[in-house]
Design a protein around this ligand. Structure first.
Ligand SMILES: [Zn+2]
Length: 221
């Protein structure tokens, strides 16, 4: 018998459930993007393996490609032999920064075999989240709903943290030590000079605030 890849899904988060089963939260098939390159997206790839070996260690290679283009390696996972398991669920935390919208494939393979599995995933560009007059009116009148958001971005090169703030209401003063999001979306780390691309995470943050406005104020029925 040789180990086979059964299937794969992607989800936002996992935890251990009852009887050591895996609980997956936020299963998805597409990533939403507000600008490119995107802020690195973190997710879990959940893989099922069958006819799991009782004596051999196996390795799973994972990679990503834009369409059928060049594969870029993501993670290599080592799985020790296990007795008494017909199948195995493997939870692989991953992250990637997408550079353009379109169809991608996440590839899984058992090293040393021809056993592979490719999972399609779509990166979809979202319109820039703007607020209407009606929504602004709601945000002004309802102090329970946040009308600004603060996000700490950690420089990926030197780990220097920078606090950014975005606000919908005109005239809102920035919190102490907070920077406004740059119009260009590009920020140069003041410690090491590395470039941070912020437009995507700013769009994500604005869209999450708009989502807290009740539908009727968003122009829905
Ligand atoms: Zn830096």
């Amino acid at each position: 018998m040789s180990t086979k890849l059964g299937g794969a899904i992607l989800c936002n988060a996992t935890s251990k459930g009852d009887d050591n089963k895996l609980d997956c939260r936020g299963v998805f098939t597409s990533f939403l993007a507000w600008a490119f390159p995107t802020t690195p997206r973190a997710w879990h790839s959940i893989l099922t393996l069958y006819e799991y070996p009782t004596t051999d260690t196996i390795f799973i290679n994972t990679a990503i490609s834009f369409g059928h283009g060049r594969k870029i390696n993501l993670t290599k996972v080592e799985l020790p032999p296990q007795k008494g398991n017909f199948g195995l669920i493997v939870d692989i935390p991953q992250f990637y920064s997408f550079t353009e919208e379109g169809l991608y494939f996440i590839h899984f393979s058992i090293v040393g075999t021809t056993n592979t599995l490719s999972l399609p995933v779509k990166v979809i560009t979202q319109p820039w989240p703007r607020v209407t007059k009606k929504q602004l009116n709601f945000l002004e009148k309802n102090s329970l709903v946040p009308n600004s958001v603060q996000i700490t971005i950690i420089c990926s090169k030197c780990s220097h943290p920078v606090l950014f703030q975005d606000s919908f209401l005109p005239g809102t003063t920035l919190a102490k030590s907070a920077h406004p999001f740059p119009d260009s979306g590009i920020y140069k780390c003041e410690e090491c000079g590395d470039i941070m691309y912020l437009k995507d995470i700013q769009g994500q943050a604005r869209s999450s605030i708009i989502a807290t406005i009740p539908k009727v104020w968003r122009g829905g029925k």
